[in-house]
Design a binder for this molecule. Sequence first.
Ligand code: UDP
Length: 234
Amino acid sequence: MKKGKLLYEGKAKRIYRTDDPAVLWAEFKDSATAFDGDKKGTIARKGELNAAMSAHLFAVLERAGVPTHFLEQVTERAHLIRNLTMIPVEIVMRNVAAGSLVKRYALERGLILKKPILEYYLKDDSLHDPMLNRNHVIILGYCTEPKLRRIEAAAVKINRVLRNYFRKRGFALVDFKLEFGTRGSRLYLGDEISPDTCRIWEAKTGEVFDKDRFRFDLGEVESHYEEVVRRLTA
Ligand code: UDP
């Protein structure tokens, strides 16, 4: 499969066409952004680390019966993926209070939630990704109700699978973001699953292993990403 024309460049990936219109080439970049794009930087080797972790976890999810866009890893930092029609809603799943949840509701960081909380955000940088409720998603037409129900069921299952997978490897999966797309009538998980899109803490100590190291200048970002990939793919 050959890498074709650049279709789209996002904050963390470049998406190219291939000779097959149903297949795209996704290249993971080392550049990192945070706080709505206000903080910009580079995390050494992030592209290949996120590509490796995403490829591995997409395969874990496929084995658990969750369809994903992932087809094959083609270079250290590139995947072949299904060309989907993306749904412009980011799904955030939370098991433990952190990040914007703590800020918005003045919670104690680290509070274990009685049940996972699912949130919806509009994927629109110019509007700063506003939070949505189910009514916004359906009535404003971002996603139909039947499709949203399928997304919610998939997100619950993905959380169950990933949480267990992380726990067995000594990590707590605090929260994470998902993006879905369709091809015909089929729904697929898209985007990536990486320390950029998840909060990952050492289960025993609470040590931070995710993008919060970059957000809050905690140092040793690369080595922590590396350790996550090492333990999750061992
Ligand atoms: N997240 C993401 N992309 C976004 C917003 C959030 O991947 O545009 C992830 C983030 O890394 C965290 C989870 O979703 O794992 C919840 O993020 P939160 O709402 O706490 O926002 P933050 O404070 O991280 O901006």
